[in-house]
Design a protein around this ligand. Structure first.
Ligand code: LMR
Length: 396
C-alpha cells in the first residue's frame, strides 16, 4: 500500500535546520529555526532548569500516568505567569488549563475544541503567520481565512487595514493573534492597538485565539502578556496556547499548555471535557518531564529569581544583536534600510531581501535563513556579526 504515497515537502523551517546541520563549513551561520543561541553559538540548558532537573532526579518516585490534563501545579503556575498572579479570572470558575505537548500540541487541542463547536467554523490568521499555524488548524477541519497584518514595504503592522478586516469578521469566528514577539515579523501590537482589537472583538463577537510562545523575550515577562491580560479582562471567551520551549529553553521536552476562558463555570467544565477527549485521541497524555521542571522553577522563589535573571539576559542579548546588526548595515552604499530590525521584538525579523539573495547567502556563504527572509536574531553573535553583515552587503 505504501507505493500509493507521494512524498510531501518537508516543513520549510525544520528542513532548513537539517540542511544547516549537514553543512560542513566552519563559518556557517544559523538564522533559521527559532532556537536561542548564546554568544558562543550554543543553545545551553538554563542553570535554573538544570538545578530543577537535579532536584527532580532526587525527588521523583514514580513514572505512573499523569492524566490528560497533565500536572496541576504546572497548569496553575504557568497560568499565573501568563495571566498574572492575582488575576481574578484564574479562580472565577470560568478558566481552565490543560498541559499540552509544546505550543503546537496546545494549538492543536485548542483547534480541535473549536472544531467541535459548530459545523465548519472559520479561523482568521494574519498574513504572514508562523509556517505551522495553517497546517495545524487545517487538520482539525477549520476553514482558514486571512486578515492583513504586515506591510512588507514599510516593515510595520498595517493596523488600519487589519482593524477594518477584523470589523467584518462574523460573530463566533475565531481570530488567531500572536501574544508577543510576532513570528515571523517581530512586529507587535502596541497597548493601544490591543485595546482596539479587544473593543472590536467585544463589539462584533469574534473570539481571539492567542498563541504566546515567546513570553519574556520581547519587552519582559509582564509587558509581553499585556494583550492577553487585556482580552482576558474584557471578553467572555478566549483561548490561549502557550509554550515553554523558548523562555525555559525546553524545546525538545515539548512543554506547553492550552487555556480557555468560558462564559460560565458549567461551560468551562464542558470545554475541559472536550479538550481532554481531544488529547486522549491525539496523544493520550502530555509528556511529564518539562512540565515538572517548569513547575519546580516557578514554585521555588530562588530558582524563579535565577530563571528570571537568565531570561532577561537572553532578551537583552537578542536586543543587542538587533542594535548591532542595524548599526553594521546602516549607511550601506546600496541605499537599503534595515532600521526596522532595531525596533522589532523577540527572536525574528524579516531582513527584506529577495529570495535569490537568500539562496546566494546560503549557497555561497553558509548563511541560513527561511525563504521569507525571516532571520533569528539569536543566531548572531559578536564573532559572526562582521562576517554576516559583510555577506548581506555583498549580496544585496
Ligand atoms: C520557529 O518558528 O522556528 C520555531 O517555532 C520552531 C518551529 O517549530 O517552527
Amino acid at each position: 500500500m505504501f507505493e500509493r504515497l507521494k512524498p510531501v515537502p518537508i516543513d520549510p523551517i525544520l528542513g532548513l535546520m537539517n540542511s544547516f546541520r549537514e553543512d560542513s563549513r566552519h563559518n556557517k551561520i544559523d538564522l533559521g529555526v527559532g532556537v536561542y543561541q548564546d554568544d558562543s553559538g550554543q543553545t545551553p540548558i538554563m542553570t535554573s532548569v538544570k538545578k530543577a532537573e537535579f532536584q527532580l532526579l532526587e525527588d521523583e518516585n514514580t513514572k505512573t500516568y499523569q492524566g490528560m490534563t497533565g500536572d496541576s501545579d504546572y497548569n496553575d503556575r504557568l497560568s499565573s505567569l501568563i495571566f498574572g498572579e492575582d488575576n481574578p479570572i484564574l479562580k472565577s470558575g470560568r478558566f481552565c488549563t490543560l498541559q499540552a505537548p509544546g505550543g503546537s500540541g496546545a494549538l492543536r487541542v485548542g483547534a480541535e475544541v473549536i472544531a467541535r463547536t459548530k459545523s465548519s467554523p472559520a479561523i482568521w490568521v494574519g498574513t504572514p503567520t508562523w509556517a505551522n499555524h495553517i497546517p495545524i488548524m487545517e487538520k482539525t477541519g477549520l476553514k482558514i481565512n486571512t486578515y492583513p497584518y504586515y506591510d512588507f514595504e514599510t516593515h510595520t503592522i498595517c493596523f488600519d487595514e487589519m482593524i477594518e478586516a477584523l470589523k467584518k469578521i462574523p460573530k463566533d469566528d475565531i481570530v488567531l493573534l500572536h501574544g508577543c514577539c510576532h513570528n515571523p515579523t517581530g512586529a507587535d501590537l502596541s497597548s493601544d492597538q490591543w485595546k482596539q482589537v479587544c473593543a472590536t472583538a467585544h463589539r462584533n463577537g469574534f473570539i481571539p485565539f492567542i498563541d504566546i510562545a515567546y513570553q519574556g523575550l520581547g519587552n519582559g515577562l509582564e509587558k509581553d502578556a499585556y494583550g492577553i491580560r487585556e482580552l482576558a479582562s474584557q471578553l467572555p471567551e478566549l483561548i490561549v496556547a502557550s509554550s515553554c520551549s523558548k523562555n525555559f529553553g525546553l524545546y525538545r521536552e515539548r512543554t506547553g499548555a492550552v487555556s480557555f476562558i468560558c462564559n460560565d463555570s458549567d461551560q468551562t467544565k464542558i470545554v475541559l471535557s472536550h479538550a481532554m477527549s481531544s488529547a486522549r485521541s491525539l496523544y493520550s497524555m502530555p509528556p511529564a518531564h518539562g512540565a515538572l521542571l517548569v513547575s519546580s522553577v516557578l514554585g521555588d522563589p530562588k530558582l524563579r529569581e535565577e530563571w528570571e535573571i537568565e531570561l532577561e539576559s537572553v532578551r537583552l542579548r537578542i536586543q543587542l544583536m538587533r542594535d548591532l546588526l542595524c548599526e553594521k548595515l546602516r549607511g550601506n552604499q546600496k541605499g537599503k534600510d534595515f532600521s526596522h530590525i532595531k525596533h522589532q521584538k523577540g527572536m525574528f525579523s524579516f531582513l527584506g531581501i529577495s529570495s535569490e539573495e537568500v539562496d546566494t547567502l546560503r549557497a555561497k556563504y553558509g548563511v541560513y535563513m527561511v525563504g521569507s527572509t525571516r532571520i533569528n536574531l539569536a543566531g548572531i553573535n559578536i564573532n559572526n556579526i562582521d562576517y554576516l553583515s559583510e555577506c548581506i552587503l555583498k549580496v544585496i
